[in-house]
Design a protein around this ligand. Structure first.
Ligand code: 5RP
Ligand code: FE2
Length: 219
């Protein structure tokens, strides 16, 4: 089995030095950069918007993985695409027409993702797999970094792995929240192939060693 891709979450970076942080984590071996967009409405926290994504886009060549925690999301999809997002993921609860939102992301030429909150069932994505490039399982309640991994989400990851494999489609299975070198092996065993980690990368001194530890490879 190929090692998982690691997508460090910028939420845990030093916001006073964001450009430098992006360059450093890309050079340290990050496969993707995860960018958490929070509106203080869909989740009880505010982060940053497309202007910041666009400014950071120049600082690294790795794919930008934008996790939208905003509602409504539809009016902002084009802005994030234009800002340089490669992957755009949204929650089914962020709008009335998930199918249409995914169509919009694909029409913008971007990869489309569906994010499942801890209480959101796998059935929410079952009928839009043809428009889905990535399924993200939240292993914490969205809104904040540094929370503890919810083991209750492991059976969901395994169920989605079975669903994806049965579909025969090329869909990434990502996990976000409380992922560390200790919890990553359980995510990988359940079938995840992209791991988001904020605190476990940006909270460490040596980003390369932290990424390698989560990936399961020696630094
Ligand atoms: O979507 C998120 C929170 O809503 C973040 O991506 C997530 O919390 C990453 O932080 P950590 O690895 O520290 O848990
Ligand atoms: Fe996230």
């Amino acid at each position: 089995m190929a090692p998982p891709l690691i997508a460090p979450s910028l939420l845990a970076a030093d916001f006073a030095r964001l450009g430098e942080e992006v360059e450093t984590v890309a050079a340290a071996g990050a496969d993707w950069l995860h960018l958490d967009i929070m509106d203080g409405h869909f989740v009880p926290n505010i982060s940053f918007g497309p202007v910041v994504v666009k400014a950071l886009r120049k600082r690294a060549a790795i794919p930008f993985d934008v996790h939208l925690m905003i509602a409504p999301a539809d009016p902002y999809l084009a802005a994030f695409a234009e800002a340089g997002a490669d992957w755009i993921s949204l929650h089914p609860e962020a709008g009335p027409h998930l199918h249409r939102s995914l169509q919009t992301i694909r029409a913008l030429g971007k990869k489309a993702g569906v994010v499942l909150n801890p209480a959101t069932p796998v059935e929410s994505v079952a009928h839009v797999l043809d428009l889905t490039d990535l399924i993200l399982v939240m292993s914490v309640n969205p809104g904040f970094g540094g929370q503890s991994f919810l083991d209750s989400q492991l059976p969901k990851i395994a169920a989605l792995r079975r669903m994806i494999d049965a579909s025969g489609r090329d869909i990434r299975l990502q996990v976000d929240g409380g992922v560390t070198a200790a919890t990553a092996p359980r995510c990988i065993a359940a079938g995840a192939d992209v791991l988001v980690a904020g605190t476990a990368v940006f909270g460490q001194k040596d980003y390369a060693a932290a990424i390698a530890a989560i990936r399961g490879a020696p630094a």
